[in-house]
Design a protein around this ligand. Structure first.
Ligand SMILES: *Cc1c(COP(=O)(O)O)cnc(C)c1O
Length: 459
């Protein structure tokens, strides 16, 4: 059989950013000094940084040259007009509000829709979404089927909302108390899993039935469109952009962290169909972010975003993006590393509970793997398990979350295929040494969001 060709980059490199190779001994030393928490490492000491795909994209020559055209006028800048045109064309919605990042758009919209006694329903609320909702006194409810939460269930659209659960919640709390239904695409907190167009239509129908606002949290809508085209019937002849446009035509509001699929390092959007809601939101935007034609952004940021929103739907780019993530997953799977499958769009998730099965949850198997990957390969990634979501009961005993995961998030257009091959090679050592892996103990933790600043020691 003919050998499959290598997954070659659909770009060439015009500017290089040198990376420093360090030794295992050096990394063991700096990791210990960082309290075994890679958030506390200097990025100069990291060789491959898979901590997040947020704000870490490489911009294109077109984006950089557009930045030179940035109009920094306070009001009515042509850079704003360009971005507004682009977003209106993509979303089909009339009211575009620029923000400095996604959570600023969330704070504005959920600040208006939220409040005590209000309830929000989502497939899965992303953590900043939940925080902005709960901050208003409202409740955030996730509606996912049992099956879609099983790491081994091989389903094409594992990010879908469970419509029956959503309906039950509406009936339970009363339609007048529902702030909005929020569909997150791709579903970040459930492993970057896609949502089908069929499911989006069902959410639309549910919202119509009860007269509820439908918000799309769509910061990875281009990646989601890729999955729809290749997994859902009747989308073969459509472009990725057309698929995104169809999905956007089904909702009332669109929130986007531009740090993901707009291929920029900072930025966000709040886009609305309803005039009254847009007026209220604009008032809050002006109080907290900036004037309505720049939000929290400079003119050059808006130029780069307008170009990024075009480039992200390029077929060559999306093919490489999704296949590169899949390639990493496939090869780790072949080495016997337990993963969430099928593979999501922006990240690979390792099941650390299975992989380091000899380390109990209260000794943080995910964090142990994160540390081993850094020491062995200079690879930085993040634990999504007991460190991030663990709690204590009234006796001070550790209460573990359902899963102990490690996320390898892939920045967009940053690493080449040989970087990914390098990551795969490092796993040879990780697999070989897995029985000697040791857990960790917390020596310092803050009261909130402990994963960012907690310090550990090895057991
Ligand atoms: C990143 C993200 C956000 C928040 O965006 P920021 O730009 O980080 O503030 C909201 N929702 C989802 C699904 C995200 O992935």
């Amino acid at each position: 059989m003919k050998k499959e060709r290598t997954l070659a980059e659909p770009f060439r490199i015009k500017m290089v950013e040198p990376l420093r190779m360090t030794t295992v001994e050096y990394r063991k030393d700096v990791l210990q000094k960082a309290g075994y928490n890679p958030f506390l490492l200097s990025s100069d000491d990291v060789y491959i940084d898979l901590l997040t795909d947020s704000g870490t994209s490489a911009m294109s020559d077109h984006q950089w040259s557009a930045m030179m055209l940035g109009d920094e006028s306070y009001a009515g800048a042509h850079s704003w007009e360009k971005l507004e045109r682009e977003v209106k064309d993509l979303t089909g919605m009339n009211y575009v509000l620029p923000t400095h990042q996604g959570r600023a758009a969330e704070r504005i919209l959920y600040g208006i829709l939220g409040g005590k006694d209000k309830v929000f329903i989502s497939n899965t609320h992303f953590d900043t979404t939940r925080a902005n909702i709960e901050f208003t006194g409202a409740t955030a409810i996730d509606c996912m089927s049992e099956e879609s939460q099983d790491p081994d269930a091989d389903l094409p659209f594992k990010g879908n909302m469970d419509i029956e659960q959503a309906r039950e919640s509406i009936l339970k709390y009363g339609k007048e108390n529902i702030g909005a239904v929020i569909l997150t695409v791709t579903n970040n907190s459930s492993g970057g899993q896609p949502v089908s167009m069929e499911n989006t239509k069902q959410v639309r129908e549910l919202c119509d039935e009860f007269g509820i606002l439908f918000v799309l949290d769509g910061c990875r809508i281009a990646e989601n469109s890729y999955f729809i085209k290749h997994r859902e019937a009747n989308f073969d002849g459509k472009t990725y952009r057309q698929i995104a446009q169809q999905m956007l035509s089904l909702c009332d509001a669109f929130i986007m962290s531009a740090k993901k699929d707009a291929l920029v390092n900072m930025g966000g959007l709040l886009v609305l169909r309803n005039e009254l809601l847009a007026q209220k939101s604009t008032n809050l935007l002006i109080i907290s972010e900036g004037f309505a034609t720049y939000g929290g952004l400079s003119g050059r940021d808006m130029e780069a975003m307008a170009v990024g929103l075009q480039e992200v739907f390029d077929a060559g780019y999306l093919h490489y993006r999704i296949k590169s993530t899949e390639y990493l997953g496939k090869h780790l799977h072949e080495k016997g590393v337990p993963l969430i499958r099928p593979y999501g769009g922006h990240a690979i998730y390792i099941d650390a509970k299975k992989f380091y099965s000899h380390i109990p949850a209260h000794q943080f198997p995910g964090q142990a793997l994160v540390c081993d990957l850094y020491e062995q390969g200079g690879i930085r990634c993040v634990e999504v398990g007991s460190v991030m979501f663990g709690k204590y009961d009234e006796h001070g005993n550790h209460v573990a979350p359902k899963n102990e995961l490690v996320r390898l998030a892939i920045p967009r257009r940053v690493y080449t295929q040989s970087h990914i091959d390098y990551v795969i090679d490092v796993f040879d050592d990780i697999v070989e040494m897995k029985n000697q892996a040791r857990g960790l103990e917390i020596v310092y933790e803050p009261p909130f969001l402990r994963h960012f600043t907690a310090r550990f020691k090895r057991l």
